[in-house]
Structure formats: structure tokens, C-alpha cells
Ligand binder design. Sequence first.
Ligand code: ZN
Length: 133
Amino acid sequence: MVLKIDHIGIAVNSIEDSLKFYENVLGLKSAGTEVVAEQKVRVAFLPTGDSEVELLEATAEDSPIAKYIAKNGEGVQHIAYRVENIEAAIAEMKAQGMRMIDETPRYGAGGAKIAFCHPKSTGGVLVELCQRD
Ligand code: ZN
């Protein structure tokens, strides 16, 4: 069901501050930023070979990213797997007894269709399914 790792989502306090490491030290290049209003985040994409690093910055105090950082500090927040058909992937996850946070796909940054699976079902990792057309 999984084609590849699409991206790794990293919660940061400030995209600008974080880019000093990702761009100046690692030599990655931000391909731009986007605000995803529904999730109250600003996202920067850094293509890394066949995958991407996704930096996530909260745009409001009640953003899931603000809550994540308050609890865990900055760091890896989710792993996103590219799937060919997200509706089929969600159905398969549910059939296997996985607890989905999103039972129907929603809008993700970059125009992707995404759905999150609860970390309780995945050994502690917040898993995102991601379909790009
Ligand atoms: Zn993501």
C-alpha cells in the first residue's frame, strides 16, 4: 500500500530559525511555505532527494503543533507515507484494526490528500497517509 516515505514532519518554534540548520548546515533549499488554515500551521517544504522534510510552525496557540511542542518540545512530529489511493489505504488500515484520526481524507499542504492514523495503533508514531495526484 505504501509507495515511499513522502515526507517527515518536524515541529519547530520558528521556520526562519530552523532554516539556519536545514539550509546553511545541511544544504537543503526551502521550496516555499504555505499556511494551512484548517490545521493552524505554516509549513515549509525542503525537498530531500525523493522525499521532503516538512517544517511545521504553529500559527495559533491552539494549533496541534503548538500543543505538540508544549508537550514534547521541538522535533519529529510525524512520518508521512505516500499511497496511491488514500481511500483504499484508509479502508485497509481500518480493516486491520488501526485507529484512524481521520476516517476521510482532508486537505494537506501542497494540495495533497492526507489522513492521520493514531499513534496508539502504530507503536507511538503519528503516521500520515498522503496521496498526491
Ligand atoms: Zn505531513
